[in-house]
Design a protein around this ligand. Structure first.
Ligand code: SF4
Length: 326
């Protein structure tokens, strides 16, 4: 296995709930509640879960767009949490984000050329002429053309705008890209094109990706490993093939049962989960999935299951799986 590029240890992000005239703190929304994982150089780690599970917050805390409540993030051997703002700004050259809605993240009043040049200006990279050259180079890298630099975001389709979002992320030669639902807003046919582009860029530019999505089907095609999150915790993590063929956590099994299977001879019974995701401001005791889990036993209400490696590289947090593995 290659080197560890990013290490996340017991990361927590709680957002305070404030109420009343004096905005007194009355509780916390536990958006991310103690997750640990590693990302290896050159791989794609998919992070999947329903909305509100904390997957996007995880990406933002790694970038320190939100400060962590607790835990540690180490990137390329450097612990990020204790860095000064100035030092963190330098690290952001190497970690870039691609967002779900490129339109919202592209300034509508700026030309594409200006939008792509901006990260270079912010980080003091190159002369004006070098920056212009790089803008054109990266427009072409993502399948657009030099003349697009003069156009404005509204003149592009959704798929093209996401290509621009990807080009912008690449401008500073990052090592890690955190892509937060990068194809969720696109038509299915365009999704495949953008995913293929991301794969090609990964090979050509030796990139490492964290690919965040709510859809296990989308993540499958691009991820080497996949982590599944539920209510601020990671409940299962494994290499993709193993996860799709042998999901061990009941929540992963339910999510996968909703993904259409391409092989007509092989069908999965759909597992319908009862109820909605509980509020992260008031998560259930024990295993937070127990209120919806078809296999829950009494122990699940009382004790938090540990996130354990039950097979080589396959981690699960479930009392039933952990018991049978001994
Ligand atoms: Fe279900 Fe219990 Fe396993 Fe949680 S620990 S997933 S409630 S069986």
């Amino acid at each position: 296995m290659s080197n560890v590029l990013l290490k996340v240890e017991d990361l927590k992000k709680y957002f305070p709930i404030r109420t009343g005239l004096f905005s007194r703190k009355t509780g916390d929304v536990k958006a991310v509640d103690g997750i640990s994982f590693e990302v290896f150089e050159g791989e794609t780690l998919g992070i999947v879960g329903e909305s509100g599970c904390g997957k996007s917050t995880t990406g933002r805390v790694i970038m320190r767009l939100h400060e962590a409540t607790d835990g540690r993030v180490t990137f390329d051997g450097v612990e990020l949490n204790s860095l000064s703002n100035d030092a963190m700004r330098k690290v952001r050259r190497e970690i870039q984000m691609v967002f779900q809605d490129p339109y919202a993240s592209l300034n509508p009043r700026h030309s594409i050329g200006k939008i792509l040049e901006e990260p270079l200006i912010v980080h003091g990279i190159g002369t004006a002429a070098e920056r212009k050259k790089k803008v054109i180079e990266f427009l072409e890298v993502v399948g657009l053309s030099a003349y697009h630099a003069k156009r404005y975001p509204h003149q592009f389709s959704g798929g093209q705008r996401q290509r621009i979002g990807i080009a912008r992320a690449l401008m500073t030669n990052p090592k890690l890209i955190i892509a937060d639902e990068p194809v969720s807003a696109l038509d299915v046919s365009i999704q495949a094109q953008v995913l293929n582009l991301m794969k090609r860029l990964q090979e050509d530019l030796k990139l490492t990706y964290i690919f965040i999505a709510h859809d296990l089907g989308v993540v499958r095609h691009i991820s080497d490993r996949v982590g599944v999150m539920y209510l601020g915790k990671m409940v299962e993590l494994s290499n993709s093939e193993e996860l799709y063929e042998n999901p061990l956590h009941p929540y992963t099994q339910a999510l996968l049962s909703a993904v259409p299977v391409p092989d007509p001879g092989f069908e999965r019974d759909q597992i319908l989960l009862k109820g909605d995701i509980p509020s992260p401001a008031d998560p259930p005791t024990g295993c937070t999935f127990h209120t919806r889990c078809p296999l829950a036993i009494e122990l699940c209400k009382q004790q938090v299951p540990q996130f354990l490696e039950v097979k080589s590289g396959h981690y699960v947090a479930c009392h039933l799986v952990n018991d049978t593995s001994h």
